[in-house]
Write a protein of this length. Structure first.
Length: 355
């Protein structure tokens, strides 16, 4: 087990997207390990939000701002002088990208440019991790998992914008943070392509588990539009701890810098219907109906990741099965429904995951 607390205690970490679902889990983990965190993000875009549920504004110095605002972003970097930057701010929803493609590209592409430019002008930074997505690959509906050297693409504006974010990062690495010149600049740069993350605290529209929770709490059947779609489902803690481990490893050793897939084994990738049935198993009274829409915007039907590189280089081993993932997620939501202290619940789930 990597000793997260020993490394992160007292480290200055700038986290973009700290008010989002994944960002809030990252914030809780960094808080647990004693890091000094500056969060930079838009205000939470869901009501409720995990950030509010865990009292996120008390766990860090929180700046509400847009990564498209370069001057404000650079000032945050300059004032805080971070050692580690984890870039999670994004427009993360495929269907939303069809409605707002310009905003999606502005956030996911130029936002990445702005963050990397701020890194370039902040001499304290030693480690940068850009969080993208499994959807960056040109999706050919392959029955094998995509590897890090496969062609980037992205059918929809979200997926394509994240592929562009990968290319931006590659260009900055080559031009300004070349590993061969590490002695001159001292910065390690990586990207992580995570699978479909699930977990407590997500209330975004058009996501499987939040939709399941919303329908079930109202006593209504869950409506599923694409039951056969296969995805690399994983609990949110799987990628969060790999981002943290990678950021730490490359902090002192540039040889770890690169591109990494983070997801379940290919043999553990599941169709939507399987995940739905697990939810019904653990959420009392939940039911579902399938309403396929042939006119719905395009979403890939088959997507799996090959994680051999992460296993070999980072020592990554997925900890939770799909069953574990749904069970723990439902436990989080039901604890919230009972009015429990959700920071305590979140920290307890983190502790259980790390055991």
């Amino acid at each position: 087990m990597f000793d997260y607390a020993s490394f992160y205690k007292g480290k200055r970490v700038l986290l973009t997207g700290h008010t989002g679902f994944k960002g809030s889990w990252m914030l809780a983990a960094l808080h647990k390990f004693g890091a000094k965190v500056l969060g930079y993000s838009l205000a939470p875009n869901t009501t409720p939000s995990m950030f509010e549920k865990i009292g996120g504004d008390k766990l860090c110095t929180s700046i509400i701002g847009d990564i498209s605002d370069y001057d404000k972003l650079l000032k945050a970097f300059t004032d805080f002088q971070p050692e580690i930057v984890i870039h999670m701010a994004a427009q993360p929803i495929v269907l939303e990208s069809y409605k707002a493609p310009v905003w999606t590209y502005q956030t996911n592409v130029m936002g990445t440019v702005n963050v990397l430019e701020a890194v370039r002008h902040t001499k304290s930074v030693r480690s940068f991790v850009n969080v993208t997505t499994d959807k960056v690959y040109e999706n050919l509906s392959l029955t094998r998992g995509y590897v890090e050297t496969d062609a980037l693409g992205g059918y929809d504006p979200y997926s394509n914008s994240k592929a562009c974010s990968e290319l931006v990062t590659k260009a900055y690495r080559s031009s300004f943070f070349n590993p061969e010149k590490f002695a001159e600049h001292g910065v390690s740069i990586s990207t992580c392509r995570a699978g479909n993350v699930l977990g407590g605290g997500d209330w975004a529209d058009n996501r499987l588990i939040p939709d399941c929770v919303r329908y079930s709490l109202k006593g209504e059947p869950i409506i599923i539009r694409n039951p056969k779609a296969v995805r690399p489902w994983e609990h949110v803690m799987e990628p969060v701890f790999q981002y943290l481990k990678l950021a730490a490893l490359q902090y002192n050793n540039v040889s770890y810098a690169g591109h990494y897939n983070i997801g379940p084994e290919v043999s553990h990738c599941k169709p939507v219907l399987d995940i739905l049935q697990l939810f019904v198993k653990y959420f009392p009274g939940a039911t579902y109906e399938i309403h396929e829409n042939p006119n719905a915007p395009h979403e890939a039907s088959l997507l799996m990741l090959n994680i051999d590189k992460s296993k070999e280089v980072l020592g990554f081993r997925p900890r939770y099965s799909a069953d574990d993932t749904i069970r723990v997620s439902v436990e989080w939501y039901t604890a919230d429904a009972r009015g429990e202290d959700m920071l305590a619940v979140t920290l307890r789930q983190i502790e259980d995951f790390l055991q």
